[in-house]
Design a protein around this ligand. Structure first.
Ligand SMILES: Cc1ncc(C[n+]2csc(CCOP(=O)(O)OP(=O)(O)O)c2C)c(N)n1
Ligand SMILES: [Mg+2]
Length: 520
């Protein structure tokens, strides 16, 4: 219950604090200034960023790393519109983000109010639920509902718009609206699925992004141990060709039974058709709207009723996933002053291995594929199935908020760096160090490679960039920067970056080679 004379804004911040929310990633604006003021008293820290999309990306990384909803708050109209694109990455990553958007006052709605926009409609396709608050007395129940929907079942983003007059108004009597948000109860027969898996020669269980958080990986590892059958998490836009899954595609093509646990047979699985899947392969789907962890628990419990299957298949699949071509051990670049991506990345594994809770962040593009092939860590936050580029820098900032004191290595391309460089300023202002590795090939290489492949060497256009000094951009914002052109210097440079205790950019000059295709 809110105290007497509480405004909608005060009720909002109290409700958030009561739900355990201690931080909001935000960019200010007229509509939400009452919430800024109320946050002071509620003891909620505002991390004030430089672009609304970055606030959403930060809330997304926070949610994935902490396993609790991440909150982004932006102003109405254009602020909201700027934020919405970033929801796609969170949605595809099954990340429980709550976007709180300021909104034109209700009393002016439909009259052409300042920055009036159909905000609920704009966010709807990218969220599990999207609506506009209808009064100060409903703020508390709206917030509780938004947090619950984001978490429940298959997690994902929720949007709630807050008209400025509802934030300013004094609450008369707190109300709540009865909305049933319970996800469908599990309706599959766990024992039957386990016995179907165990009756197969080469069975696989495939899971989606939510199982690739640290907590998720522990759960799927337990299921795999109980079954004795491989459980493989997928979160790459490259699907079965995910470079962090090595030669997994070749193993998948031999499977005779595949259980999709909270995962759709979508583009990531080549729609479940040959040749990605063997023609006789049986595919069993456990609904994507269900609570995946509850489903994992019930399968694990059913599996434990009997000893795990023992055959070669589990170790064959593990070996396929771990496989990387031996030629990578000697990869070099013929271009003076440039290194092969493997040379730029492999040395960093030592830093990630130095702590049991380190964070590896990766963006997309060709460099992102190399990074995901070369590096692993207890926590990994990648751009994910969305395949959208630009989130890595905001991810790294939020990773530091979520995990003080652990090594954070964020890899991105030079093109990608340009999306949110000003978040280095955010990181400097809040004292949030991390090491960003910018693989600088002076190209939008992923698209350049498509041009080469599809249209021929004489037909590349518009995909060149300048070999810009992104390290100096970091310095300009008060961060740490170094240019690295020699692979032998990389690890030492990264250690200096960590020692600087500042947000750091290593501008690593690389040879723009195509992303790896790992085959045995
Ligand atoms: C938001 C968004 N815009 C555009 C793209 C298309 N895209 C994917 S990778 C890429 C090039 C990335 O260049 P860079 O970050 O330098 O990485 P590189 O491929 O050069 O290693 C582009 C434009 C995308 N995936 N997402
Ligand atoms: Mg590039």
């Amino acid at each position: 219950m809110s105290p007497p004379n509480a405004t909608g804004a005060k009720a909002l911040t109290r409700a958030l604090r009561g739900a355990g929310i201690s931080r909001i990633f935000t960019l200010s604006g007229n509509h939400i200034m009452p919430v800024f003021d109320a946050a002071l008293d509620a003891g909620i820290e505002l991390i004030h960023v430089r672009h609304e999309a970055a606030a959403v990306h930060m809330a997304d990384a926070w949610a994935r790393l902490r396993g609790e909803p991440g909150i982004a708050m932006v102003t109405g109209g254009p602020g909201h519109a700027n934020a919405v694109g970033a929801l796609y990455t969170a949605a595809m990553a099954e990340s429980p983000v709550v976007l709180l958007s300021g909104h034109a006052p209700r009393r002016e709605q439909g009259m052409g109010a300042f920055q009036e926009m159909a905000q609920g409609d704009i966010a709807a396709p990218l969220t599990k639920a999207s609506w506009t608050n209808r009064g100060a007395d409903l703020v508390v129940s709206d917030v509780a509902r938004a947090l619950a929907i984001a978490r429940l079942g298959r997690p994902g983003p929720v949007h709630l718009s807050l008209p400025s007059d509802c934030l300013e108004a004094t609450i008369e009597t707190e109300r709540s609206e009865a909305v049933d948000i319970t996800p469908p109860a599990p309706d599959f027969n766990a024992a039957a699925i386990v016995s179907r898996l165990r009756g197969a020669k080469r069975a696989l269980v495939l899971t989606g992004p939510v199982t690739l958080t640290k907590r998720g990986r522990a759960r799927t590892a337990a299921l795999e141990a109980a079954l004795g059958i491989p459980v493989v998490g997928m979160e790459s836009p490259r699907g079965i060709a995910d470079p962090s899954l090595g030669a997994f595609a070749q193993a998948l093509a031999q499977a005779d039974v595949v259980v999709l646990l909270g995962k759709r047979p979508d583009f990531t699985l080549k729609f479940g058709k040959p040749p990605a899947f063997a023609s006789g392969c049986e595919i069993l789907e456990i609904s994507v709207n269900r609570d995946v962890f509850a489903a994992i628990e019930s399968l694990s419990a059913a599996a434990r009723a009997e000893p795990p299957v023992k055959n070669q298949w589990l170790s064959e699949v593990h070996a396929a996933i771990a496989y990387r071509p031996a030629a990578w051990n000697h990869a070099t670049s013929a271009i003076p002053g440039r290194m092969h991506p493997v040379q730029a990345l492999r040395p960093l594994q030592a830093l990630l291995d130095a702590h049991p809770d380190s964070v590896f962040v990766s963006d997309g593009g060709e460099i992102g594929q190399w990074a995901q092939a070369c590096l692993s860590a207890p926590n990994r936050v990648i751009n994910g199935v969305a395949g959208s580029i630009g989130a890595a820098l905001p991810f790294a900032v939020a990773a530091r908020v979520a995990k003080p004191g652990v090594p954070i290595i964020a890899v991105m391309g030079d093109g990608t760096f340009g999306f949110h460089p000003a978040e280095i300023d955010t990181a400097v202002r809040y004292g949030l160090p991390f090491v960003a590795i910018v693989g600088n090939d002076a190209r939008w290489n992923a698209e350049y490679q498509i041009q080469l492949r599809e249209y021929g060497p004489g037909r590349t256009v518009g995909t060149e960039l300048l070999p810009a000094r992104y390290d100096k951009v970091a310095e300009g914002f008060g961060g740490y920067g170094e240019l690295v052109t020699d692979p032998a210097q990389l690890l030492a440079a990264a250690r200096r970056a960590i020692a600087s205790n500042l947000p750091a950019v290593l501008n690593v000059m690389i040879d723009g080679v195509a992303a790896p295709v790992v085959k045995r």
